[in-house]
Design a protein around this ligand. Structure first.
Ligand code: AMP
Length: 299
């Protein structure tokens, strides 16, 4: 089934305790697409500047990512810089240059409007609402957000929450959104705001799904070393939604499997910078890791 993503396309500067990479390809829409396209075709909506080198995303085209909704504006592409602390679990933002993203008004191409699965990546909730107003009655809407919008655009975020099916956020964001100090209480409080289901990402501690009053937990894959955690959340969402779009189902059992696929793809993503790992990832590798997940959690 068709899958639409609206989000950022970026040049990232990443500092880890051992390495610094400048202007590497990133952004929520691209991490999502690189992951989801392993399972299903993806329609992308986003904006880049005239400095953008489109040849670097040709691998996405080959994997069935439709870039008709990728607009090029005069000016510079969005840039984000982040530095990871020694444990690689925490990071600080060094800079955010919105550039062409500042004036971004997403226009959904006509042939995208019937997309059945929609991922609203972490962008201004006003733009997320605007996207929803342009599309026809999708089967599933998933939304990502961050502290910046929870505190800065709360009213707009509350509006968009009323119409989405699933929200994906991290533990700090769940607490800030609900004002609850405990993670379980916070998670349980979210459905009253609109989303029927909640996915909480907990970094190296995996992710949990709260759906129809039931919790489901997936660990993070135990990796000896993480090279670059950037895009873990978006590649998780891409694996999760790509799997759902492939099956066309959104029942409890399929959502649980999709959580495992999300976690699997995110675990590959963090093994290298930018798209170096996802670019050549094969279904054989994915299936092998899913098998290990099963062994790790079955009793
Ligand atoms: P994640 O590690 O999953 O949180 O995603 C990191 C990606 O989000 C990076 O590639 C950044 O370019 C992008 N990003 C960072 N800050 C923002 C922002 N304020 N709006 C949109 N995208 C962002």
């Amino acid at each position: 089934m068709s899958l639409l993503v609206v989000g950022s396309i970026a040049y990232d500067t990443i500092e880890t305790p051992t390495t610094k990479v400048e202007d590497s390809l990133g952004g929520s829409a691209l991490y999502f697409s690189a992951a989801a396209s392993l399972f299903s075709p993806v329609n992308v909506v986003g904006v880049v500047g005239s400095d953008f080198d489109a040849s670097k995303i040709s691998f996405l085209k080959k994997r069935g990512v439709n870039l008709d909704g990728l607009y090029m504006e005069s000016g510079k592409t969005f840039r984000w810089g982040g530095r990871y602390f020694d444990d690689m679990n925490r990071r600080e933002t060094l800079f955010t240059y919105l550039n062409v993203f500042e004036r971004f008004q997403p226009v959904i191409p006509e042939h995208y409007k019937k997309s059945e699965f929609v991922f609203l990546a972490n962008i201004d909730p006003e733009l997320q609402l605007d996207v929803l107003n342009q599309i026809n009655n999708p089967k599933l809407i998933v939304l990502d957000t961050m502290n910046f919008w929870i505190s800065g655009k709360r009213k707009e975020l509350e509006e968009v929450l009323k119409v989405v099916d699933i929200i994906v956020l991290n533990d700090e964001e769940a607490k800030e959104l609900t004002g609850e100090m405990g993670l379980i209480k916070a998670t349980k409080a979210i459905p009253a705001m609109g989303p029927k289901s909640v996915i909480v990402k907990k970094g190296e501690h995996g992710a949990m799904l709260y759906h129809e009053n039931e919790f489901f937990f997936v660990p993070a894959f135990p990796l000896d070393s993480v090279v670059d955690p950037t895009g873990a959340g978006d590649s998780f969402a891409g694996g999760f939604m790509g799997y759902l779009a492939k099956t066309g189902q959104i029942d409890q059992a399929t959502l649980k499997k999709a959580m495992v696929y999300g976690s699997t793809i995110a675990s590959f993503n963090v093994e290298d910078f930018s798209f170096n790992r996802l670019e050549n990832l094969t279904m054989k590798e994915i299936k092998e890791r899913v098998k290990i997940f099963k062994k790790m959690t079955f009793f």
